[in-house]
Design a protein around this ligand. Structure first.
Ligand code: BLA
Length: 509
């Protein structure tokens, strides 16, 4: 099997990430049967955290094990719902360090994460999330918002590197904002292939927005089940702060020289838009308060993403509509349509963000702006359907489709052809230049994983050395906004032609 066959990457989707059967070692986990309050599972490290062995607590009523807190836990148990419940109670570990409980429902169980809380020197978190969220009102674009979120998150969590990671078409991701401590390598502007974060992980980050990995070299702590109370169905730990993460991803982090991460999923509606990812070069477990502040920041960013996205689109639309109005006015006031287009060449190009256009109207040909050589134009026009009501045809890769043209598409790698309503021959063809783009990947997108037949498992890529990909023969892509403006223009041209024809007829009468 070739190292990077699709079969290999499909395996990533089979990682049992929600049901790993183990937790990370920086806390302990108990589960209680919802119906009777008896303990069904305990993590192998329970004694270190709580002072009692798993064998001594399995099958016991929960209140016998965590004593006076039972009322609070009971209340949480009796308040079913998918929302994780948080409680802060005075429970201490054998060394006297206060413990924090976090209870959530999973199938027929209530699970309880038990974590030590190391009190911070000052209570500087109070009001911090609030002031960070207030700073977001200055954001005009999604990118601005991500920069502010990264700044806020850096302040709240103190990780070495804090990034905003945005997903693009096809699922690859790009680091669009970042703050690093001195001496930490920057990933700003780098791209990573879609397979670095499989669909199952994306789906999980939509359900549980905050996740952390305290130490990428940890040994997973298994869960022990009570012989009768544990029904054998793999326990879903999606909402646990302690969930053990995939060994493939732990290896990935070690290869990246990252010891700890804190990740917040960013959603635009029902879609995972990106992630805020914090890295630390030494092991680090976020305090519950930091985690909850990070979660709040993520929630506000998620809520603002869609409205900012809509506002950006609306602003662009408004600008283009204004351009269309100027064009329409010219069409109505000039003697001939050809003269009108000739006099409004800037607007005609601006309408769809093109650098050149060819207008063919009743036998007249107008050349506006910068155009590619005639043989490129001929080939581009030959692709369009000679029908007056055909949809506009947008192509952004003339140099790739026609390798013999590759050397002469600098001024026209993209073409948008709009057949006009007056007949097969009339049309407007807009051109866009070749965009030589260099994409920098954070490691080769080709060697991103290997399959180890001996061990029967996947390994993530070992190298994150940047890898440059040069894209040529292409222009920027035509968007649906470009196409709808072209269609709007066609309507205006048709209306204008109809008016002119009836005026001519009236003169003849
Ligand atoms: C999870 N991969 C993740 C996560 C991130 C990345 C952010 C979420 C968990 C976390 O925050 O650590 C990827 N991290 C990145 C990227 C950057 C970064 C791109 O910092 C860039 C700066 N990973 C692979 C391959 C597989 C794979 C080939 O490279 C599959 C075989 C799997 N990644 C994988 C899995 C998870 C994951 C299974 C989920 C881990 C878990 O939650 O259990």
């Amino acid at each position: 099997v070739p190292a990077n066959s699709p079969v290999d990457l499909a395996r990533c989707e089979w990682e049992p990430i929600a049901t790993p059967g183990a937790i990370q070692p920086h806390g302990a986990l108990l589960t209680v049967v919802y119906d009777n309050g008896l303990i069904a599972h305990a993590s192998a490290n329970l004694e270190e955290v709580l002072g009692s062995t798993p064998a001594s607590v399995l099958g016991q009523p929960i209140e016998k094990v965590i004593g006076s807190v039972s009322e609070i836990v009971q209340r949480e148990i009796l308040l079913p719902g998918s929302q994780p419940l948080q409680s802060s109670v005075q429970l201490r570990d054998p060394k006297g360090i206060p413990l924090q409980l976090h209870a959530f429902r999973s199938g027929r169980y209530v699970c309880i994460d038990i974590e030590a809380v190391h009190p911070t020197e000052e209570r500087r978190h109070v009001g911090l999330a609030q002031s960070i969220i207030e700073s977001f009102s200055a954001a005009l674009t999604q990118n601005d918002l991500c920069k502010l979120a990264v700044r806020g998150l850096k302040e709240v969590t103190g990780y070495d590197r804090v990034m905003a990671y945005r997903f693009g078409e096809g699922g690859h991701g790009e680091v669009i904002a970042e703050l690093c401590n001195p001496g930490i390598e920057s990933y700003l502007g780098l791209r990573y292939p879609a397979s670095d974060i499989p669909q199952i992980a994306r789906a999980l980050y939509l359900r549980q927005r905050v996740g952390s990995i305290g130490n990428s070299s940890y040994e997973p702590v298994p869960l022990f089940g009570h012989p009768e109370l544990d029904d054998g169905v793999p326990l879903d730990l999606t909402h646990s702060n302690l969930r053990s993460v995939s060994p493939i991803h732990r290896e990935y982090m070690r290869n990246m020289q990252t010891a700890a991460s804190l990740t917040i999923g960013l959603a635009d509606g029902e879609r995972l838009w990106g992630m805020l990812v914090c890295h630390h070069s030494t092991p680090k477990v976020p305090e519950p308060e930091q985690r909850s502040n990070a979660g709040t920041i993520g929630q506000v960013v998620s809520l603002m993403l869609s409205s900012l996205g809509e506002a950006e689109t609306a602003r662009q639309k408004l600008k283009r509509q204004a351009t269309l109005s100027v064009l329409v006015e010219r069409l109505a006031t000039q003697d001939t349509l050809t003269e009108a287009f000739a006099g409004a060449s800037a607007e005609l190009l601006e309408l769809v963000d093109a650098t050149g256009a060819l207008v063919r109207l009743s036998g007249n040909v107008l050349r506006l702006g910068i155009l590619p050589p005639p043989r490129v134009i001929e080939r581009a026009l030959a692709m369009a359907m000679p029908s007056s009501d055909a949809d506009p045809l947008g192509v952004d890769d003339l140099g790739l489709r026609h390798p013999d043209l590759a050397s002469c598409v600098a001024d026209g790698s993209g073409v948008l052809v709009l057949p006009l309503a007056s007949g097969g021959d009339d049309l407007i063809a807009w051109f866009r230049p070749e965009q030589h783009r260099t994409i920098t990947w954070g490691g080769s997108p080709i060697d991103h994983a290997t399959w180890d037949p001996a061990e029967g498992r996947m390994h993530p890529r070992a190298s994150f050395a940047t890898w440059k990909e040069t894209v040529s023969g292409r222009s920027s892509s035509w968007t649906s906004a470009d196409v709808s403006l072209a269609l709007a223009l066609r309507q205006e041209v048709a209306a204008e032609m109809a008016m002119r024809t009836s005026a001519e007829l009236a003169k003849l009468r």
